[in-house]
Design a protein around this ligand. Sequence first.
Ligand code: SAM
Length: 313
Amino acid sequence: MRDWMGRDLHYLRVSLTERCNLKCIYCREENAHCKAKKELSLEEFTRLMQVFVALGVTKVRLTGGEPLVRRDLEQIVRMTAGFPQIRDISMTTNAQGLADRLPALHAAGLRRINISLDSLDPARYRRMTRGGDLSEVYKGMEAAARENMPVKLNVVLVRGENDQEIDRFIALARAYPIDVRFIELMPFSALGTRDDRRVPGQEILERHPELHPVAPHDVSQPSQDYQADGFAGRVGLINPISHKFCADCNRIRLTSDGKLRMCLGDDHETDLRPWMNDRRLAQVIRDAVYHKPEGHCFAHSYHAARTMNQIGG
Ligand code: SAM
């Protein structure tokens, strides 16, 4: 599928649920409630996936909320992997309860995982996630190593919370073949709108002049990658605010309540549910995709109508 700018959009990020077993401080508010009732069923995801694949989607990432709270996650992975056109299935997860389920997910067709990990200190991790257990993350990483599955770590930096751990995270990428990606805080939830709490990627490079740019694994990946001598892994900077990468975007998003969203940082959505049993479904998707916005609205005092867990991070 191509949009009006000629961008080739073949990467679908599917949010399976708004629900999450954690409440990260920058993702949603402490007292927020999530509605499971509106979630697409396995059958509805299957119907939509058939159409997306027919339209040219070849790469799928499962996200949420937390994908692991869906009991039918293994079935959703197997269904997605059943399309020979899908060449890559990955998942973004907080890894709470991942270890036990990873062998079955791998067998079902999951190929790669991104684990969100904002602190290597158990107490800070618990505080930033409002209840998370750091040992679960380590168990999940060990399970991935046993399964020989590539892992990337996603670290959202929040000034005054975890920015003092930047060096520790970089040391991880030096010692292990793991990509550690620092993500700039984006304006979702009250904390996300605080410019004073954002750590621009450039600041990390100034503190670590030994890091030099390396070629990306994939030209459309959101991170700019860096290494230094002796590094087993990479340091990635995802700088949506300070370094917009919309011109190379190849992504579209499906929310767990059936909305097609063309951009994380633009609230325009198309509700696909009314079209689910209509033969014009493919045309509705194609039209929406064609009108993908040129770029996100983060620079324009944007405050998202929905929180990250509702959209799918
Ligand atoms: N529950 C899964 C997880 O924790 O990875 C998947 C969903 S989570 C919403 C996806 C990613 O969005 C996580 O890496 C999270 O850190 C990131 N995220 C959430 N809110 C954010 C914000 N305000 N700014 C930047 N990243 C954010």
